[in-house]
Structure formats: structure tokens, C-alpha cells
Unconditional design. Structure first.
Length: 114
């Protein structure tokens, strides 16, 4: 989510912290996201971990390193959250929906991802 390396094409600029939540209206608050992630994120900045019912901040591409929070299974095309923030981001943005996994598998075969 929200990292140029994870969206080989059809990316959109989105606000990391939505303006409706007092996010800045400048380049420092922008990141790339695929359309699906951008729509699912909406105005969210956090999500709830299902096992503990704990609210956790979503992955922040300007403050966090993608490789520390996510791992890609290149065989299945699925993304696994490696930290609470990674887990809640994968779930909140439905990063492993059938359509997302199918697209990711294609990108992997074409050498565009990861």
C-alpha cells in the first residue's frame, strides 16, 4: 500500500493523513496507491486487529519501511503483515482480495513486483 514499489501501474496519489483529519495539503503528505487501496483506505488512519480488538495505525509510507512491515509470498502472490501495523493494513485495505492477488501474480511473472 501507498508505496511506489508496490503499485507498478494504475497508481493514484492519495493523502497519507486525509485532509479531513487535519492532514497537510502538500507533497509531504502524498503517496502512491493503487485505486483499490486508495478507495478502501478512505479517511482511515488506523484499523483494529481482529484477535486483540486493539486499534493500530495503518502503515505510513513516509515514516515506515515497507520491508519491515510486509512480506510477499511470490508463489501465492499474497502479502503478509509482519507487524501489527502491517497486519491491520493488509486487512483494512483487503490487500489479498482475489483481484489484488491475481494482479500481483501477473506483476510477479512479468518481473514488475516485488
Amino acid at each position: 500500500m501507498l508505496v511506489a514499489a508496490t503499485v507498478p501501474h494504475n497508481s493514484r496519489r492519495c493523502c497519507i493523513i486525509p485532509i479531513s483529519r487535519q492532514g497537510a495539503n502538500n507533497n509531504a503528505n502524498l503517496a502512491l496507491a493503487c485505486r483499490s487501496c486508495n478507495l478502501r483506505k478512505g479517511t482511515r488512519i488506523s484499523g483494529t486487529l481482529p484477535d486483540s480488538n486493539t486499534e493500530v495505525r495503518l502503515f505510513h509510507p513516509r515514516e515506515n519501511q515497507w520491508s519491515e512491515h510486509f512480506q510477499v509470498d511470490v508463489e501465492s502472490g499474497k502479502i503478509k503483515g509482519m507487524t501489527p501495523g502491517g497486519e491491520v493494513t493488509v486487512e483494512s485495505l483487503a490487500m489479498n482480495s482475489p483481484a489484488q492477488v491475481a494482479a500481483r501474480q501477473l506483476w510477479i511473472r512479468l518481473g514488475l513486483f516485488p
